[in-house]
Design a protein. Structure first.
Length: 345
């Protein structure tokens, strides 16, 4: 496939559909798509035809790669004749012969997602890349995403009516606007994350496990089998973590709950749920570079439940002091809490 401004070959497009392009290659493909509506139309048409050739509707089946490609070619010819549109011919080059059957089937697996949720890459698409620092942005629906360093997200200028689909590589924290009629779907590596309205983080670095941590609401972590079309999924509630292992590709709920500071990098959120004060003070020391002392070591076993977002260390320790009726003394970067806390109860 050729373009007067950019040359994007079939290998790059195949890798792009599989989510295997580098950040630079992704940027090139996105630029190519924006150069003309015809380029986007070609990509959408190819993916749809790949899906049709596998006869994915109504029931997904295993794909004969050679037969599938022949059917795609026939459909492209037929489309060109009936639509009287100028379509750049599709030539079966050596790249396709070199791609394994498994890789071709993965393309069809992605097409399943495209059929169910619509095109992932509308003509007007933005890609936001963070390098050394965390950055935040609003999405078209008013949802907020914070990208950790060395991460990127792609999303349309306007979401589709049926869903709100984005693609993430790296780590992002999302606060999603509720809309039951328009699910929010994140493609992250080989995993999909579906929500209606919640806040959570997704970590999906290339070649690594996909990890989910849910702050509020309910999240579904799932994967679509590229051969059968079957879906394996797990639901995660507030305070829970899930993982899609890179090796097995089977999503599962993790036994350990969220750490209090799993989301601190995004918006300085700390979530304590029946957490020992000893752990609370360790977390505060780690992120605020202060030393917290107590007059009675027994209070370190007291359990504390509270959430903080963007609060100063003075505010946090003052609330803890009020909760347990401590007397708080502040010396520069050191705080001392005097009293028996929960031991008096």
């Amino acid at each position: 496939m050729e373009n007067n401004k950019l040359h994007i070959d079939e290998v790059i497009l195949a890798q792009f559909l599989l989510g295997e392009t580098t950040a630079h290659q992704t940027e090139q493909v996105m630029q190519w798509l924006l150069e003309s509506a015809q380029n986007q139309k070609m990509l959408d048409q190819l993916e749809t035809l790949w899906a049709e050739s596998g006869k994915l509707t109504p029931t997904p089946v295993a794909v004969d790669v050679q037969q599938a490609w022949d059917l795609v070619s026939e459909k492209v010819d037929s489309y060109s004749q009936h639509q009287n549109a100028k379509i750049i011919p599709i030539v079966k080059t050596n790249w396709f012969r070199m791609i394994s059957g498994a890789a071709a089937v993965l393309i069809v697996g992605l097409a399943i997602f495209r059929i169910v949720f619509g095109p992932l890459f509308p003509a007007q698409t933005r890609t936001l890349v963070s390098t050394d620092t965390m950055i935040k942005t609003f999405l078209p629906d008013g949802s907020v995403v914070a990208l950790n360093s060395n991460s990127q997200i792609s999303f349309p200028e306007k979401f589709d009516k049926k869903n709100r689909a984005v693609i993430l590589e790296g780590e992002g924290f999302f606060k999603v606007q509720p809309n039951p009629k328009q699910p929010f779907v994140i493609q992250a590596g080989g995993a999909f994350v579906k929500v209606l309205g919640t806040s959570f983080s997704v970590k999906a670095h290339r070649g690594s496990d996909v990890e989910i941590a849910v702050a509020t609401g309910l999240v579904e972590l799932y994967r679509i089998d590229s051969i059968t079309g079957d879906t394996a999924s797990v639901q995660l509630a507030s305070g829970q973590k899930g993982i899609l292992p890179h090796a097995s590709g089977i999503p599962k709920l993790l036994d350990q709950p969220m750490a209090p500071d799993d989301l601190f990098w995004a918006d300085q959120t700390l979530i304590f749920k029946k957490t020992k004060l000893s752990t609370v003070f360790e977390v505060l020391t780690k992120h605020y570079q202060v030393l917290v002392k107590v007059s009675n070591p027994g209070v370190l076993d007291c359990l504390y439940t509270a959430s903080f977002t963007g609060n100063s260390i003075d505010e946090i320790l003052s609330l803890i002091a009020i909760t347990y009726k401590f007397e708080m003394v502040h010396y520069d970067t050191m705080y001392e809490l005097k009293g028996n806390g929960c031991l008096d109860e």
